[in-house]
Design a protein around this ligand. Sequence first.
Ligand SMILES: [Zn+2]
Length: 320
Amino acid sequence: MTSSFCMSAATEPGVPLVPRTWGPGKALPFSIVVCLFFVFLPTALPAQQHFNGGKAYEYARDFAALGPRWPTGPGHVKAEQFLKNHFQHDQLEDDAFTANTPIGPVLLHNFIVRFPGKKDGVIVIGSHYETNYPLRTINFVGANDGAATTGLLMAIADQLRGKKLEGYSVWFVFFDGEEAFEHWSASDSTFGSRHLAAKWSSDGTARRIKAFILADMIGDKDLDIQRETRSTGWLVDLVRQAAKKFGDERYFFQKEEAVDDDHLPFVERGVPSIDIIDLDYGPNNAYHHSVQDTMDKVSARSLAIDGDVFMETIRLINQR
Ligand SMILES: [Zn+2]
């Protein structure tokens, strides 16, 4: 309808789209103003609707500024307080539990924030927020590894707050204890997700989860998200479709790799799950788990791409 209106105005014999007589001080004919409005509308609107990557970046920067967040350390307590303060007016659950780790029993805290929807079922969006215990001796703030995705989830939550969601409920999980306490193994990693997947499996919650979407290390300026091979196929397809909508396919799934991460305890229990991860961070992965993992390696633009794709993926899951 829009284009045919403009076509007819533009192709009307003897009526040029912008008359030669038009100049400063002369108003454009009303029909042309209307037409220009419609011509520019389709390109102008999506730009306004882009996800606020700048806000996600600010959250991440503030979170990383708390310092290293290794379990049992003072920065971890600050991180817990930060999340509790931020979500104090939302449905926040402090899922505290004691993990049996190589350094002994450690009290960990997953944080769950629930936004109720009208449809029966839940979309879970997760990320881990702590930093590595073995890296407590260096100033490792995990700007990309923990902080960026915490900021991303907070900014996505901003989009959902205060609305009755038409689709499924959306729950955010800020996982604790993803990183190994000594050396990564099946028993020394993913403490928070293993605990929560087991709990939600036994109380029946897991059956209600339509999709589990994990975000990890996707604030990287040089964004190249891999296709994690144990992620659920239809969810991978949906994320790819979402990326395509924004012309962002090139950042997604150009290479395949299996990654052990917080999605696996959910995959093992039959919950449709995807790990959206960029495990290629700096030259030869040099920034990963190093003091170089700082906010200057993270970009608002990458977080905007993530946010666009996450929001669109939520929409597509609701339509499915
Ligand atoms: Zn890590």
